[in-house]
Each structure stands twice: as C-alpha cells, then as structure tokens.
Ligand binder design. Structure first.
Ligand SMILES: Cc1cc2nc3c(=O)[nH]c(=O)nc-3n(C[C@H](O)[C@H](O)[C@H](O)COP(=O)(O)OP(=O)(O)OC[C@H]3O[C@@H](n4cnc5c(N)ncnc54)[C@H](O)[C@@H]3O)c2cc1C
Length: 203
C-alpha cells in the first residue's frame, strides 16, 4: 500500500475516482467546475492579408460569438513562410450552443462572425476544430470561500493529497505551485526548491 498519493486530476474528476473522500471533501469536489472551449484553426496557403496584431480579444459588450483571434503565423515556426494560420476561440455561449455541431457548421459560424469585424470574410484552404473539456477551472462567486474551507479542513482522507490548477488559479504556474504544496504536505517529504532562470531559489 502506498504511504501517500497525490491526486493530480482535474478537480471535476476527483469525486468520481476517489470513493473514500470525507463528506466535506466530496462536497468540495462536487462543486468544482471547468469551462470548455472550441477553437478553430484556419489555414491559408498565403497569409490572408496584413494583420498587424498578434491577438485580438472581443469584449462581451460587442455581443460577438467569438472570444479571441490569434494571428498564429506571426509567431516564428507556427506556419511555413508566407502561409497563414489564424486561431479563433469561440465565446462561452457560442461554445455551449455549438458543442455538438458538425465542424462545417462551426467554421461557417466563425466566418459569419469575422465578417462583422474589420478582418472580414476569409477563404481558408483548410481548417481544424479543437474541442477542449475541461479547459479552465471556474472561480465562481463563493468558490474562494469553499477553497479556504477545504484547505483548512480537519476531517481529511488519510494519505490522500491533492494538486491541480483548481486549487490556486487557472495556469500552469498555479498547477505547479499546487503540486509543490501537495508534496510539502506529505509527512517526511521535503519539496524540491523551485529555481528561477536567474538562479534565485523562490520556494
Ligand atoms: C488548450 C490549453 C491551452 C492552455 N494554455 C495555457 C498557457 O498558455 N499558459 C498557462 O499558464 N496555462 C495554459 N493552460 C492551462 C494549463 O494547461 C492548466 O492550468 C494546467 O495544465 C493544469 O494542470 P493540472 O495538473 O491541474 O491538470 P492537467 O494538466 O489537466 O492534468 C490532469 C491530468 O489528469 C488526467 N486525467 C483526467 N481525467 C482522468 C481520469 N478520469 N482518470 C485518470 N486520469 C485523468 C489528464 O489526462 C491529465 O494528464 C492551457 C490549457 C489548455 C487546455
């Protein structure tokens, strides 16, 4: 039997995989929720037109079905020289509405939405749709309070420790921080220090 286990799953998967959680832990994990995301990559033999920005965000107030447009071919190595690659992320409502839709419907929707912007109609040679679920943990109102309560709980599953971005924030760095904290909480384990590029020990 293992002395300790660090459960490094998306928070929304933990309750299903750990049947022996305490009631308080189960209650916490059952309300952890994540966003999901649809993104569309549009590919062009020749970059469609000069786009002088790397990323554009569409504010919610614009009532667009799009959240962001990344001009990927401006990034070194993302597309062959002269070719074009745009990545468009759908807004939350459009993601929910089109989650089950065929790829062709999603790409038509993106085309129509882009036509409402200065980017205009585009004629990609090809496209790829990516659906990601779970994407980012949702820190909904009240979540931080339940997170603090979870961190201070007295009634703990023996030998189980938890790591994941849902415990700190929606990023790689936060996930790493949560892993270091989990390791440090295991009796007898001394977590390795994190060294920044400049050589400074930060934790
Ligand atoms: C497309 C995308 C782009 C991103 N870009 C950035 C970025 O640019 N910068 C940034 O800081 N963050 C980014 N993030 C967020 C970052 O990747 C996450 O915050 C981080 O990976 C979370 O780490 P984690 O250990 O909590 O979960 P994960 O890295 O998701 O690890 C969870 C693991 O659990 C496994 N798993 C899931 N379900 C089960 C199951 N039922 N049984 C067994 N194993 C299971 C998964 O396969 C996975 O290996 C991005 C995320 C995505 C999805």
């Amino acid at each position: 039997m293992a002395d300790a286990v660090v459960v490094a799953l998306p928070g929304c998967e933990v309750a299903a995989l750990c049947p022996k959680l305490t009631p308080g832990e189960r209650g916490f994990f059952e309300q952890v929720d994540y966003t999901r995301e649809i993104s569309v990559s549009l590919m062009f033999k020749r970059a469609p037109r000069p786009l002088s920005f790397d990323t554009a965000s569409f504010p919610r107030s614009a009532a667009m079905g799009l959240a962001a447009l990344d001009v990927e071919h401006r990034k070194p190595g993302f597309a062959p020289p002269g070719a074009g690659l745009l990545r468009i992320t759908l807004a939350t409502r459009a993601t929910d509405r089109l989650w089950e839709a065929p790829d062709s419907e999603i790409v038509d929707f993106v085309d129509r939405e882009l036509a409402r912007t200065p980017v205009g109609h585009l004629k990609p040679q090809d496209y790829a749709i990516s659906r990601t679920d779970p994407m980012y943990p949702i820190f909904h109102p009240g979540y931080l309070t339940s997170l603090i309560r979870f961190g201070r709980r007295i009634d703990r599953s023996p030998r189980l420790f938890f790591a994941g971005d849902y415990l700190v924030g929606p990023s790689l760095e936060s996930a790493l921080t949560s892993g270091l904290r989990a390791a440090a909480a295991i009796p007898g384990v001394r977590a390795a220090p994190v060294v920044q590029r400049g050589g400074d020990v930060v934790e």
